[in-house]
Design a binder for this molecule. Structure first.
Ligand code: KG4
Ligand code: ZN
Length: 334
C-alpha cells in the first residue's frame, strides 16, 4: 500500500511517499524559514504564498524520488490542522483535487498527533500505550496514547517551549528562530557563571507546563545588561538547563502517574541536544523505553503525516471531500 503524505501547516511544504507502514520511499521538504527570518517570525501571508508556489514541484519530486507514478498511490494523508489557515488550505485543496482525480481515499491528519509518529518512521510503533511528549514552536503537551487515541494529560498554560526559546533569542539579539542558536551557544556556556537562577514555575495542573515566567525573568535580567559573547553563552546554558530540567521532570512524572514505561517525543524542540541527552539518560536510569526522532523528523515533514495517516485510515476509514482545514485543532481530535 502506497500512502502520499502532504504537509503544509506553516512555513514548510512537504510531500512524502510511504510504502506500507515502514518503508519511506521519499520525503521532500521545502522551507520558507529564511524569508521569515527577516521579520523575526513567521509571516502567515508569505508562508501560504510559498506553499502555493512550492506545492507542485515538491509533489513531483517526491514521486520521482520514490520512483512511482500518481496511479500507484493508494491513499492520500493530508494535514488538516492545527496551523495557519492559508497554508493548510494549499495542502488540503491539492490533496482533495488529487483524491478526486485519481479516485483514491483521502484521510485528514492532526499535525500534533503526527509529530509523535516522527519516531516511528524508522522504528516499529509499540502496541502498548505510551506517553507522548510534544514540544514545538506552537505547542507543549504531554499525552497518553493508547490504540490511536490521545488523552491530553497536560499542556503549557502560556508560551510553548519553542516560542520561549525564540522570544529569549530575540531578547538576546540572536537570529530567528532562536531555538537552534541558543542550543548551539549553550553548549559552550557555563550555567553556574550566568549570574541568574531561573526559578521553577508553579502551575496547578500536575502535568502542565509554563514558560512565560522564565521569559519575563530573562527580559528583566537582560534589560540591565550588555552581555559579552561568553556571558551570552553562559546565559543560554542557564536558560536551557532550566527549561530542559522542567520538561524532563514532567515527562517522567507522567510515566509514573500513568504507570507507563514507554515515551515518544516529537516536535521542533525535540532537536534540542540537551533535551535529547537528558531524556535518554533519565529513561535509562528509570528503565523506560524512549523513542526520540531522528533530526530530519523533528521539524515539519510529510513522512510523519503519511505514517499517522495510514494508521488513522485503517482505524477510522477515509475522510470525505468535505474535510475542513481546522487552524486550532486540538490533540486528541484525530
Ligand atoms: O515543530 P516545529 O518545526 O514547528 C511548529 O509546529 O511549531 O517547531 C519549531 C520550533 C521553533 O520554535 C524552534 O526555535 C524550535 O522548534 N527548535 C529548537 C531547536 N530546533 C528547533 N528549540 C530548541 N533547540 C533546538 N535545537
Ligand atoms: Zn510542527
Amino acid at each position: 500500500m502506497i500512502t502520499l503524505g502532504i504537509e503544509t501547516s506553516c512555513d514548510e511544504t512537504s510531500c512524502a511517499v510511504l510504502k506500507d507502514r515502514d518503508t519511506l520511499l521519499s520525503n521532500i521538504v521545502s522551507s520558507s524559514l529564511k524569508k521569515h527570518a527577516l521579520y523575526g517570525g513567521v509571516v502567515p501571508e508569505i508562508a501560504s504564498r510559498q506553499c502555493l508556489e512550492a506545492m507542485d514541484s515538491v509533489y513531483e519530486t517526491a514521486l520521482n524520488q520514490a520512483k512511482i507514478t500518481a496511479k500507484e498511490i493508494d491513499l492520500i494523508a493530508v494535514t488538516r490542522g492545527p496551523g495557519l489557515i492559508g497554508s493548510l488550505l494549499v495542502g488540503m485543496a491539492f490533496a482533495k483535487g488529487l483524491s478526486y482525480n485519481l479516485g483514491i481515499p483521502l484521510v485528514g491528519v492532526n499535525h500534533l498527533e503526527a509529530h509523535l509518529d516522527g519516531c516511528f518512521i524508522d522504528n516499529v510503533k509499540p502496541k502498548k500505550p505510551f506517553i507522548g511528549l510534544l514540544v514545538s514552536g506552537g505547542h507543549s503537551s504531554l499525552v497518553y496514547c493508547e490504540n490511536g487515541n490521545y488523552e491530553l494529560l497536560g499542556q503549557t498554560v502560556d508560551d510553548a517551549v519553542g516560542e520561549a526559546y525564540d522570544k529569549v533569542g530575540k531578547l538576546l539579539g540572536l537570529p530567528y528562530p532562536g531555538g537552534p542558536v541558543i542550543d548551539r551557544l549553550a553548549r559552550e556556556g557555563n550555567p553556574a557563571a550566568a549570574g541568574i537562577r531561573f526559578t521553577k514555575p508553579k502551575q496547578d495542573g500536575k502535568y502542565d507546563f509554563s514558560f512565560s515566567g522564565i521569559k519575563t525573568a530573562a527580559f528583566y535580567f537582560l534589560r540591565e545588561r550588555n552581555l559579552t559573547d561568553q556571558e551570552t553563552k553562559d546565559f543560554c546554558a542557564a536558560f536551557q538547563n532550566a527549561v530542559v530540567a522542567w520538561i524532563v521532570e514532567k515527562t517522567f512524572a507522567a510515566c509514573e502517574g500513568k504507570q507507563c514505561g514507554i515515551v515518544a517525543v516529537g516536535g521542533g524542540v525535540s532537536a534540542n541536544s540537551l533535551l535529547r541527552a537528558r531524556l535518554a539518560e533519565e529513561a535509562k536510569k528509570r528503565k523506560v523505553k524512549i523513542y526520540i526522532p531522528e533530526f530530519k523528523y523533528t521539524t515539519d515533514n510529510a513522512a510523519m503525516i503519511a505514517r499517522n495517516g495510514i494508521d488513522r485510515y485503517k482505524q477510522s476509514g477515509a475522510s470525505g471531500l468535505d474535510l475542513t482545514a481546522t487552524p486550532n485543532l486540538k490533540i486528541g481530535l484525530g
